[in-house]
Design a protein. Structure first.
Length: 309
């Protein structure tokens, strides 16, 4: 009787291996081919000082430093754009801070305007490259004579927001962070696995996949994606453990079709510092500023002013 049991066990193990390899490959392809597009960027023509600087790992980047419109600056906001946008997209999201006494430094992540000697093709998933770029931008700003290095706020959108959360605990002088459309890469992979599970399972089974299996497949999927990209993707969950002091404001659209809205409260619950969450009912990904512009301005200004008056 033992041999039939061994054979059945071997067959089950072979099927589990086959399922894991093929399902992880499928999800990895979907993950890497998903496109989170940026909304149209209007060129409002706000003048600023063009700045050349280096990322933390030595890549040359470009930014623009825009002084506040009147009075002595209350602080400086470093803006991190979403994939598909550029340094001028700060105009869409936070140019109003210039009227409130805050300076803005916005920059292009590497690969944004790739030249003939630049071979990095960025994806929408935050990686070590964006991490080094943002750290370089913060160091550049804090080294300026017209900036108080202990009065810095971060403002990020989508991939830029995720990167802002990942540098917390590594940068002194950061007093507050505003994140519009931030996401955990690991949790997003998990949501993709649940969404596409009916390809392999009947729906009644797909809807009941245990949490441990989702985590296991997400881990394998991210490892596969990193191998194919040749990059280390950022772990937001791990990074948030380091931040116990910098307040975070999370903004998310309830109609977001890229990053599930349920992931915003999930992220909020894992922030260990002072925090605020605003879900905008009518907004899709990164569209809160378009659907509720006056409230967007009021909430962002109030949050930054509370921690960097």
């Amino acid at each position: 009787m033992i041999w039939p049991c061994v054979a059945a066990g071997a067959a089950l193990a072979a099927y589990a291996y086959y399922f894991t390899v093929h399902y992880v490959r499928l999800i990895t392809n979907i993950f890497l081919n998903s496109t989170i597009s940026a909304p149209p960027q209007n060129r409002w023509g706000i003048a600023g000082e063009v700045v050349k600087f280096l990322s933390l790992d030595g890549v040359g980047l470009k930014g623009v430093f825009v002084p506040c419109r009147s009075g002595d600056p209350k602080g400086t906001v470093v803006f991190a754009h979403e994939v598909g946008a550029g340094l001028n997209s700060y105009e869409r999201y936070c140019a109003f801070l210039l009227d409130e006494g805050y300076q803005i430094f916005s920059f292009d992540f590497r690969g944004q305007h790739a030249g003939e000697n630049e071979h990095y093709n960025p994806t929408q998933w935050a990686s070590e490259n964006e991490y080094y770029d943002l750290l370089g931008a913060i160091a550049c700003v804090q080294g300026r004579d017209d900036v108080d290095p202990d009065r810095i706020a971060l403002f990020g959108v989508s991939r830029g927001a995720t990167t802002c959360l990942c540098v917390l605990g590594r940068c002194h002088g950061v007093k507050a962070v505003v994140c519009d459309g931030a996401f955990s890469t690991m949790a997003t992979m998990g949501s993709y696995i649940r969404r596409w599970a009916p390809i392999y399972f009947p729906r009644w089974i797909a809807e009941r996949l245990p949490g441990w299996l989702i985590v296991y497949l997400s881990f394998l999927g991210l490892r596969s994606a990193q191998r194919r990209l040749g990059l280390r993707l950022l772990s937001l969950e791990w990074s948030l453990r380091r931040n116990t002091g910098v307040p975070v404001f999370i903004i998310h659209g309830k109609k977001d079709r890229y990053i599930e809205p349920r992931l915003a409260p999930w992220l909020y619950d894992r922030i260990r510092a002072s925090k605020e969450l605003w879900i905008v009912d009518s907004a899709r990904h990164n569209e809160a500023v378009r659907h509720a512009p006056e409230e967007y301005r009021r909430r962002v200004v109030a949050f930054i002013r509370e921690y960097m008056p």
